[in-house]
Design a protein around this ligand. Structure first.
Ligand SMILES: Cc1cc2nc3c(=O)[nH]c(=O)nc-3n(C[C@H](O)[C@H](O)[C@H](O)COP(=O)(O)O)c2cc1C
Length: 215
């Protein structure tokens, strides 16, 4: 249908989904398998994302195998020890108590890769990273669709991408963009957990907004 317009109820619904979307970690996943049609809806949402030159440069690896997940969790543990060491004093203490992934607890993990094109891509000729940005747009679509389906999703970035590529036997030119954990949840928090735990506060829009130039 051309020129579809949305009304204020639709706009409020979108706002609600964005407001209630959360990063979900292993302290909050239920073990129940996700029905295949739910997984498909989330992945189809990814494919509706904008992409530079309509290149659709995403690849998804659905990971259920506990042995594969164990190896990725080991990579997380190693990287997380190094990450924790970068903070000091009470931040380090707080960091050590944070649960920052749900690799083993979530019933489904999804690795999302960027697959570069072999030839030039319309729009990607100057800012090469627009390929990876397109994959991130797809991931955000997944996050919002998952939330609309009352499915939790968490993004794990504390990983060695080369470890993950080796574990998944990824082609050399593919770049790991995200490791996602998906599943039903015990509860959706009303605020980011990092805000609840006083690690970080939500930044007021004013602090990120400039008019005409940086001043
Ligand atoms: C690119 C990216 C990487 C992230 N990596 C991690 C991660 O490794 N571990 C984690 O617990 N959360 C990770 N997060 C989730 C953020 O911590 C979370 O989005 C933020 O605290 C705000 O909370 P909310 O998503 O519940 O609103 C990541 C989010 C993004 C966008």
């Amino acid at each position: 249908m051309n020129n579809k317009l949305f009304n204020s109820t639709d706009q409020q619904l979108l706002t609600d989904i964005m407001l209630h979307r959360r990063d979900v970690r292993g302290n909050n996943f239920l073990p129940d398998e996700l029905p295949s049609e739910v997984v498909e809806q989330i992945l189809r949402a990814a494919t509706l994302a904008p992409s530079v030159g309509f290149s659709q440069p995403w690849e998804f690896v659905l990971v259920r195998d506990p042995a594969v997940r164990r190896r990725v969790a080991d990579s997380f543990e190693a990287e997380n020890r190094k990450a924790e060491a970068q903070f000091s004093d009470h931040r380090r203490q707080l960091y050590s108590r944070l649960k920052l992934e749900g690799i083993l607890e979530a019933p489904l993990n999804v690795a999302v890769f960027y697959k570069p094109s072999s030839g030039p891509v319309l729009g990607q000729t100057t800012i090469r990273e627009t390929g990876e940005y397109s994959v991130v747009c797809a991931i955000q679509n997944m996050w919002l669709m998952a939330r609309a389906l009352n499915v939790g999703m968490g993004w794990v970035s504390i990983l060695n991408p080369q470890d993950v590529k080796t574990i998944l036997q990824a082609p050399a030119d593919h770049k790991l963009v995200a490791w996602l954990c998906l599943g039903y949840v015990k509860q959706f928090h009303d605020q980011p957990e990092l805000e609840k735990l006083q690690w970080e506060r939500r930044k007021p829009l004013d602090l990120a907004l400039h008019w005409d130039r940086f001043d």
